[in-house]
Design a binder for this molecule. Structure first.
Ligand SMILES: [Zn+2]
Length: 111
């Protein structure tokens, strides 16, 4: 099993959708983590904007930032716990995946 393009040796591979192929089991904590990180970034940016253009971030915004920060840390910890399982399911997926496409040269092949 190779994870490189047989034509150009690129590692930028993309699985080609198969009807019966196993899907990797994405843990809910990863989705929560990505979502809360995005939200945190948004809140931090708006806080900075508030600090620059007015007299500091409002109390509500500060509370929201703290809450989202706690959620981010919590989901980060949950994801860290889910990580071995997630890795396992990704590996299973990689092994069961037969059809690949190279993103560099568009070459498609079967393993
Ligand atoms: Zn290629």
């Amino acid at each position: 099993m190779q994870y490189r393009c047989p034509k150009c040796q690129s590692s930028k591979l993309m699985p080609v959708a198969q009807g019966n192929g196993a899907r990797p089991d994405v843990p809910k904590s990863l989705i929560t983590l990505i979502f809360s990180l995005f939200l945190l970034l948004l809140l931090v940016i708006s806080s900075i904007v508030m600090w620059i253009f007015s007299n500091g971030a409002g109390t509500n915004l500060q509370i929201a930032t703290v809450i989202v920060f706690v959620i981010t840390v919590g989901s980060g910890f949950m994801f860290w716990r889910d990580l071995p399982k997630f890795k396992q399911s990704m590996q299973t997926f990689m092994r069961s995946q037969k059809a690949w496409k190279c993103r560099d040269c568009q070459h498609q092949w079967q393993n």
